[in-house]
Design a protein. Structure first.
Length: 269
């Protein structure tokens, strides 16, 4: 079941309803340890819903999801937090915390006491600050960071949970070109070093997903349209079918796949 063929995540015929609205339809996929997976599709297609179902925040109306060999919806909140970590798009603006305090929050599922962190927790947090090159910002308020620094802080917070699966929602939203590349390179580097971890990234930036991910999951209206290597899934035909956009898909001089959108098919039909 879960660990067949090295599977870290196994979704089996997952349906999910919000009242009378069906958000996911018979979702089936597997993700292996050491894979970075890009989850792409139009607004409202079910990307964030699928992430919240994988991490146990939403319970399927039908089907099951196994993560690291366990039915995620049969675990306690603490057990889930040790298995899956989440990297949100943004941190709430009203949190008056330092970078170190934010990263230390990621140690909560491992705490032995009710309130206080141990010296080991702080050591792990400070090592994460160095790993993501934000140790010089340890005492700075999270709200005084640049967007790229804030995103690295959120990744560090998720990392210190010591998860098997990291779920990342729109990590490059609101970032400029440099920070988009840097954040994706940090995530890619993490995958190269933590070979037993799986990272799933929901994003609207198809070019970044194709550039950095091992596998793409393409979603439309709650259905998985395709799963596979980026060059197999991100085609002109699939972009037209899922996004309603005419585009050109080509390889640049370095052999990288590039998607160049041209126009909306709806407005040019």
């Amino acid at each position: 079941m879960p660990h067949e063929n090295g599977s870290m995540i196994s979704a089996n015929n997952v349906d999910l309803y919000y009242d009378d609205f069906q958000a996911l339809y018979e979702v089936v996929f597997e993700a292996k340890a050491g894979e970075m997976i890009g989850l792409i599709g139009p607004n409202g297609c079910g990307k964030s819903t699928l992430l919240r179902t994988i991490n146990g925040m939403l319970k399927p109306s039908g089907g099951t999801i196994y993560v690291d060999g366990k039915d995620i919806h049969k675990l306690s909140l603490s057990e889930i937090a040790k298995t899956c970590s989440n990297v949100p798009t943004e941190f709430p603006p009203d949190f008056n915390l330092s970078v170190l305090e934010v990263v230390m929050m990621g140690r909560y599922p491992h705490r032995k006491g009710i309130w206080w962190e141990t010296p080991d927790d702080e050591l792990i947090a400070r090592e994460a600050l160095r790993k993501f090159e934000i140790d010089h910002l340890a005492d700075r308020n999270i709200n005084r960071l640049s967007s790229g620094e804030r995103q690295r802080t959120l990744i560090a917070k998720a990392y210190v949970q010591e998860p098997r699966v990291m779920l990342v929602d729109e990590p490059t939203a609101h970032l400029d070109m440099r920070y988009k590349l840097e954040v994706m390179e940090y995530l890619r580097d993490l995958m190269e070093k933590e070979k037993d971890m799986t990272v799933i990234i929901a994003s609207h930036d198809i070019n970044l997903m194709v550039k950095y991910c091992d596998k793409i999951i393409l979603v439309k209206e709650g259905h998985i349209v395709g799963i596979g290597k980026p060059e197999e899934i991100v085609t002109e035909e699939n972009i037209a079918k899922v996004y309603g956009v005419q585009c050109t898909v080509y390889r640049d001089g370095d052999g990288e796949v590039i998607i160049h959108p041209k126009h909306s098919l709806r407005l040019h039909s």
